[in-house]
Design a protein around this ligand. Structure first.
Ligand code: SF4
Length: 325
């Protein structure tokens, strides 16, 4: 088997937001994982679990409070000016809200061409025009609409413009932050299919951040589950959905509707009691304990570490650690 090469290595990453006085919101609290070249990695969890902050801190949008992020082996905080510029080209983001992420004062051509100009990827106006038209075609838009403004497009079309803008600088890493959650259900699958196709054609490495586990299931090679700023389970798509080990993941997966009506009628749904506790004042020990039906004494005293309990299957739960000793 070909050896997997890491592209992004996240080590003990922390991102805290000060709230005045001694209060701070621990949005990401000691998270470690690796993303390999060419893979699609899903990060899932309920809203407020820190997945978006984690993604953004990994690509340098936010400065980390602690820990480190290595891109292609180099700490992103130690990049030279030139390396930083290259990093901002190689790493692109698809935003949740195509309405606010595109400048309404610019024509579509200018939105897409801006990055090419910044990174000197085109040498003439003619070449720029050809590139923009090609990109519009690639994302399923009419190249003749390059002269229009964003408000003339539907939500799905705007997301396609956002994708064209990201691809315009020939990236190698795409962070897709809830890319379909603001769109009509009718166009969600089209955008996902487009992203999957483009990722394969261009050999991109991608991270999909989503609260919708069923969306991530169909596109990810591996998935990490976050809860209250921590990664509680990380496994291949096959293992995570086939045999979830953490009680939180089990509950999330049990809530995904099944296509088969017989299976849907007979399966057990695990109801998650209560709300996600505040990340400002999380419970001691395992942060999932107040909602966990298996909680034991140790869960209150000690925070479980993310440990590999089966090959390439990591979980942060005392009960799972005991069961897989
Ligand atoms: Fe539940 Fe304890 Fe596992 Fe936390 S560590 S998920 S409380 S069993």
């Amino acid at each position: 088997m070909e050896e997997r090469k890491p592209l992004l290595e996240v080590r003990h990453l922390k991102k805290y937001f000060g709230l005045g006085g001694k209060k701070e919101l621990k949005a990401v609290d000691d998270v470690s994982f690796v993303i390999y070249k060419g893979e699609t990695f899903g990060i899932v969890g309920e809203s407020g679990c820190g997945k978006t902050t984690c993604g953004r801190t990994c690509i340098g949008v936010y400065d980390a409070t602690g820990g480190e992020v290595l891109y292609d082996g180099k700490d992103i905080r130690k990049q030279t000016k030139q390396e930083r510029k290259e990093f901002t080209r190689k790493v692109q983001m698809i935003f949740q809200d195509p309405y606010s992420s595109l400048d309404p004062r610019l024509k579509v051509h200018d939105i897409i061409a801006e990055g090419m100009q910044i990174h000197h990827l085109v040498s003439s106006k003619k070449e720029e025009e050809t590139m923009v038209q090609r990109l519009l075609r690639q994302v399923g838009l009419n190249p003749e609409h390059a002269g229009r403004y964003v408000h003339e497009f539907s939500g799905g079309q705007r997301q396609r413009i956002g994708i064209a803008r990201a691809l315009a600088v020939d990236p190698e890493f795409l962070l897709c932050d809830e890319p379909i959650s603001a769109l009509d259900v009718s166009v969600q699958a089209q955008i996902i299919n487009l992203l999957v196709r483009l990722q394969k054609e261009r050999g991109l490495t991608s991270v999909f951040i989503a609260h919708d586990l069923s969306m991530v299931k169909h596109i990810s090679d591996r998935v990490g589950v976050m809860y209250l700023g921590s990664m509680v389970e990380l496994a291949s798509n096959y293992d995570l959905y086939g045999e979830p080990l953490h009680p939180y993941t089990q509950a999330l997966i049990s809530a995904i509707p099944m296509a088969d009506p017989d299976g849907e009628a007979t399966r057990e749904r695990i109801k998650l009691e209560g709300e996600v506790p505040s990340p400002i004042n999380p419970p001691p020990g395992c942060k999932f304990r107040p909602r966990c039906r298996y909680a034991m004494d140790i869960c209150e005293k000690e925070a479980p570490k993310l440990i590999e309990v089966k090959p390439n299957h990591f979980v942060a739960c005392h009960l799972c650690h005991q069961q897989h000793k």
